[in-house]
Design a protein. Structure first.
Length: 143
């Protein structure tokens, strides 16, 4: 069972990165099919529309510069954040402290009451027939 779960998790990650694809699928199709059919013939025009340089090294240098700036900004701000702790340790280098609970917005009770008033029939149906996520149906079938 553990092997199957690990296999499906690895497959999910590879599908997301388009390292593997599913023949005939729309979302998980071959990444070569994502490009317009005339891409090579109109490459310069397509890059111009995307506002990207034709030279890959220029693109990577620009991206690396943006990432360096963003990390420098994070390094400058991080020491002053009381909800963030960064240390070298085996259990994990970054520790976040949960934020304080916020007060309930003033009008939230009125909104909840109005939704309850308008959708009370839906609520009664759900209570009578079980949840709409199918869990009730699965429990009935298992019994």
């Amino acid at each position: 069972m553990v092997y199957e779960v690990a296999t499906f998790q690895a497959l999910r990650e590879q599908l997301r990165c388009k390292e593997v694809w599913v023949v005939g699928a729309g979302r998980w199709r071959n990444p070569d099919e994502d490009l317009p059919s005339d891409f090579e013939a109109r490459r310069i025009e397509h890059y111009r529309e995307l506002r990207k340089p034709l030279d890959g090294t220029v693109f990577i240098d620009q991206l690396r510069g943006e990432m360096t700036e963003a990390l420098a900004a994070l390094d400058a701000v991080a020491p002053g954040l009381d909800w963030l702790e960064i240390k070298e340790r085996a259990a994990g280098a970054i520790k976040f402290t949960g934020p304080e609970a916020q007060e309930e917005p003033r009008n939230l009770r009125r909104i909840k009451a109005e939704v309850g008033r308008r959708w009370s029939a839906f609520s009664e149906l759900r209570n009578r027939h079980g949840s709409w996520d199918g869990s009730q149906r699965c429990q009935r079938n298992a019994a």
